[in-house]
Write a protein that binds this ligand. Structure first.
Ligand code: C5P
Length: 219
């Protein structure tokens, strides 16, 4: 790993799940430990970048040298990302953002009765697609955790979200654990990485993205 590959670069990263409130004590969330996103943040700091980590609720300490902005919902995550974005060279979306949120959270705790109930859900914005499709978009990296047909879904997402780099993994290989098996997808094709601990995978991913990064001011 060439040290300081990201010196002078600003990187914004999302990590962890989002939590979409149903009422004051309940909500919809995704299962995400935040370990991969936090490992990527650490690897970016080690490579010399200025790092803003926009994090959903996780049980992890903020990595040294990272500015962490803690959020709960997808809408809060989007606001925090766009607030951090000016001047960013790279955006890495690692968060497991909830696809839907309740149309309106109940003000008070919903009481149970014998009747069945339903919750109206509305789609959340796709933060990564909005950043990648916006004006002056930074170099955008996405993640795709799939339970099957990884190549098909990963390439489809890379194209539809307009990402130069996407990191794919099978859910069974990485979710919640300390190790992961990932494949990198870019314009040149697919690059499988050997199974390794998440901090090792993170360094490989950062090394790869640094090699694809267009030369910027001060480089
Ligand atoms: O489409 P899918 O959710 O599988 O795409 C995953 C990628 O998109 C991840 O990089 C994730 O962080 C990002 N994403 C996002 N906002 C969403 C959904 C996904 O930034 N609402």
């Amino acid at each position: 790993f060439t040290p300081k590959r990201l010196a002078g670069r600003k990187v914004v990263i999302t990590a962890g799940p989002t939590f979409e409130a149903i009422d004051p004590v309940r909500g919809i969330t995704n299962s995400s430990s935040g370990k991969m996103g936090y490992a990527i943040a650490t690897a970016c700091v080690r490579a010399g970048a200025e790092v803003v980590l926009v994090s959903g609720p996780v049980m992890l300490p903020a990595p040294l040298g990272v500015r962490r902005v803690s959020v709960s919902s997808a809408l809060q995550m989007r606001d925090a990302v766009f607030a951090a974005l000016p001047g960013a060279d790279v955006f890495i979306g690692v968060a497991a953002v909830a696809d839907y949120r309740p149309v309106q959270a109940a003000e008070h705790k919903i009481k149970k009765s014998g009747a069945s109930i339903s919750i109206d859900l509305t789609p959340n914005p796709d933060i990564l697609a909005e950043v990648a499709g916006g004006p002056n978009a930074p170099f955008c990296v996405g993640f795709a955790a799939e339970s099957r047909d990884l190549d098909g879904y990963a390439e489809g997402k890379r194209r539809s979200k307009r990402l130069p780099l996407l990191v794919g993994n099978l859910v069974a290989d990485g979710l919640g654990g300390d190790d992961n098996t990932v494949i990198l997808y870019d314009d040149a094709g697919k690059h499988p990485l050997p199974r390794a601990a998440k901090p090792v995978i993170a360094e490989r991913i950062v090394e790869h993205l640094a090699s694809l990064l267009p030369a910027g001011a001060g480089q």
